[in-house]
Design a protein around this ligand. Structure first.
Ligand code: PLP
Length: 479
């Protein structure tokens, strides 16, 4: 099976390098892989087969068992492993340090997050975040996008600040084009102790996008590769939870670390809480440190959860395609409705959302091209999250009356469950101002565009006509 179109040239430390995946082992031709630290002799002698995204999701880490022939990995519950002699084991000693199911899942994740070489799984997305921040050591400075996931904001400002003396700067990174205010503020924010840039795109719940290519360009300009300042270049971490590895491949654009709450799209069935980091081969030292912390802190997922998440990941490409098609249809249907003020969906209009197109993974682009899914109006599927603003029930309605109308709408839905979280096969709807983002003070919420009429949909993979009917009926019950 050869399907090499989905891994184009990847950036390695500011230079361009060719990246390939063979049975899930990502190799960078100019990278530090294949036992050739200078990469000069790493051109493979035999042609490598490069499988497409869906093929890797199904096969990598899930190879048939050589002893039994089982095509699905067995769940390995043992916490310890018999050694043949002291220190002579089969690769497993104790289940916190390594477990066949967790290792298999990590292999799958490293393969589907294009450009990845290793994945490190944790007991939740939040434990993953905590471990990354811990890895920075004392008194580090973190630059983060301002509408970052609330739990990340909380960990940086209320935990790491007091336990590690972590300093932080939160910035609007929506426009960092050359000469923009955003670019100026970002450059101004760099300090000698800035060790990490934390980015989420699309953001939650207003689905704002960050131009990852431009961000890497700015880093290259500020910390030119091969210059003395290259050693103090902060790491760029992208929380890719909302886009999923199907729609966005930040490592191919030059990011250093990708984070996922696997709880969302990757597991996809709302029955596992888990997180993971995926890193490219060029970041071997960072990977090793994070792997050390995974074991030392011990916030590891269970064998059963790892097995479930790996099973979920096998259908990620199928689900993400349907999530995207449904979400785009719903976004367009909502745009036609009088009582909806604004619809936010990253793929709604290519000219407005050029960043979405730039951030789109090569495999998603390939699919969109092959299926002719780029609309004449420039719209295209981009993950399954849609946000929209309900009009006030009357011109002079108060905050509370507006919130009441939103709540009535949400309660009247039949198929969309009124619930937090996202990324499962079933559709969910919520009011961020009173639910996921309630802890943010009202003034800041307003500044971030999280008003009382804002509704966030996690569009599932049900029939889109049924979902649209559900939303229309819900609106009729309020207005
Ligand atoms: C973007 C994002 N990152 C990280 C997390 C944290 O993940 P978890 O809930 O698995 O701890 C979440 C949770 O909602 C999230 O939405």
């Amino acid at each position: 099976m050869t399907c090499g179109q989905d891994l184009p040239n990847a950036r390695v430390n500011g230079s361009t390098t060719s990246s390939r995946t063979t049975n899930g082992v990502s190799e960078h031709i100019n990278g530090h892989t294949n036992g050739h630290p200078n990469g000069k002799h790493s051109t493979p002698k035999v042609p490598h087969l490069i499988d497409g995204f869906g093929t890797r999701a199904i096969h990598v880490g899930s190879e048939p068992n050589p002893e039994t022939g089982a095509v699905i990995p067995a769940i390995s519950l043992s916490t310890t492993y018999k050694q043949d002699g002291v220190g002579n084991h089969k690769g497993y000693e104790y289940s916190r340090s390594g477990n066949p199911n967790r290792n298999a899942l990590e292999k799958t994740l490293a393969s589907i997050e294009a450009g990845g070489s290793e994945a490190i799984a944790f007991a939740s997305g939040s434990a993953t975040t905590a471990t990354v921040i811990q890895s920075l050591g004392p008194s580090a400075h973190v630059i983060s996008v301002n509408d970052v996931y609330g739990g990340t904001f909380r960990y940086i400002t209320r935990v790491a600040s007091s336990t590690q003396g972590v300093e932080s700067t939160f910035l609007d990174l929506g426009d960092i084009s050359p000469g923009s205010e955003g670019e100026r503020k970002l450059i101004q924010a760099f300090r000698s102790n800035t060790k990490l840039i934390w980015v989420e795109t699309p953001t939650n719940p207003t689905l704002r996008l960050i131009d990852l290519t431009r961000l890497v360009e700015i880093l290259d300009q500020q910390f030119p590769p091969h210059s003395p300042s290259a050693a103090s270049r902060p790491l760029l971490l992208v929380d890719n939870t909302f886009a999923s590895p199907f729609y966005s491949s930040p490592l191919l654009l030059g990011a250093d670390i990708v984070l996922h709450s696997l709880t969302k799209y990757i597991n996809g069935h709302s029955d596992v809480v888990m997180g993971a980091l995926i890193l490219p081969a060029r970041n071997a030292a960072v990977t090793e440190h994070l792997r050390f912390l995974q074991n030392a802190s011990g916030a590891v997922p269970s064998a059963y959860d790892s097995w479930l998440a790996q099973r979920g990941a096998k259908t990620l490409h199928l689900r993400m395609k349907q999530h995207g098609i449904n979400a785009l249809r719903i976004a367009k249907a909502l745009q036609q409705l009088d009582n909806v003020e604004e619809v936010i969906y990253p793929g709604l209009n290519k000219s407005k959302s050029a960043i979405a197109w730039k951030n789109l993974s090569p495999h998603a682009k390939k699919w969109i091209d092959a299926e002719g899914l780029l609309g004449a109006d420039g719209s295209f599927p981009f993950s399954g999250m849609v946000s929209f603003r309900l009009r006030k029930p009357s011109h002079d309605a108060s905050y509370d009356e507006h919130a009441e109308a939103t709540s009535k709408f949400l309660q009247s839905l039949r198929l969309f469950s009124l619930a937090e979280s996202l990324g499962g096969v079933e559709s969910l709807a919520e009011a961020p101002a009173r639910m996921t983002h309630a802890s943010i003070p009202p003034k800041e919420r307003d500044e971030l565009g999280i008003g009382e009429g804002l509704v966030r949909l996690s569009v599932g993979v049900e029939e889109s006509d049924d979902l649209i009917d559900d939303l229309k009926r819900g609106l009729e019950s309020v207005f």
